[in-house]
Design a binder for this molecule. Structure first.
Ligand code: G1P
Length: 191
């Protein structure tokens, strides 16, 4: 295992750029630690299968209704005949709800082509004063296709307190060694 630290909070695009010396000139996977996906086939495995078929960057996608869309990168795109895949035409980071190009949000799993590194080196600070991966991907679209994939599985946003608690409780309830005792505990809880 090798690791790098991002020494300043300059955004997701900058964080990925910090890993350039470790990754080199090959496609690579990105997992955002605060997005947890519970699925029979792991979300990234589903995406690797898509990558192996289509051979270009793949980003995870989920429909997000209503005003929540402005917490995400949002795509404009066309659904392809393989019904979980989208051909991405444009991306925008955290748009106001009335400017969102769709209700399809980018979730924190990506398979990226290494050309993204050069692009991130010159990507200006965007939303929130940070170097945004979404802005880098928008530039990558000028020279390469990007596919978005509606993964199968349940996603938890553990970056929010409620999402963190939901993930903790639901994963605990599913455990063979803990589930029954924890369920009894919750049922009998009197506060
Ligand atoms: C990041 C990305 C955003 C993406 C989201 C998924 O935002 O910038 O495009 O939709 O992760 O969780 P963050 O949640 O880190 O602000």
């Amino acid at each position: 295992v090798s690791y790098v630290r991002q020494k300043e909070p300059l955004g997701l695009g900058h964080a990925i750029l910090c890993a350039k010396p470790l990754v080199g000139n090959q496609p690579f996977a990105v997992f955002l630690g605060d997005d947890i996906v519970d699925a029979e086939v792991p979300c990234m495995k589903q995406m690797i299968d898509v990558y192996q078929e289509l051979g270009q960057s793949v980003i995870a996608l989920q429909q997000v209704p209503g005003a929540d869309i402005s917490s995400y990168g949002v795509i404009d795109g066309e659904r392809m005949s393989e019904k979980r895949c989208w051909n991405v035409k444009d991306l925008v980071e955290k748009p106001p709800v009335d400017e969102a190009p769709s209700d399809m949000a980018v979730i924190g799993r990506y398979i990226l082509e290494p050309e993204i590194f050069e692009i991130l080196e010159t990507t200006e600070r965007g939303r929130g004063g940070e170097i945004q991966l979404t802005d880098g991907l928008k530039t990558l679209l000028e020279s390469q296709k990007i596919f978005a994939y509606e993964f199968e599985g349940k996603r938890y946003d553990t970056g929010s307190k409620l999402g963190f608690l939901q993930a903790t409780v639901e994963f605990a309830l599913k455990r063979d060694d803990l589930g029954n005792d924890f369920r009894d505990y919750l049922k009998n809880l009197q506060l």
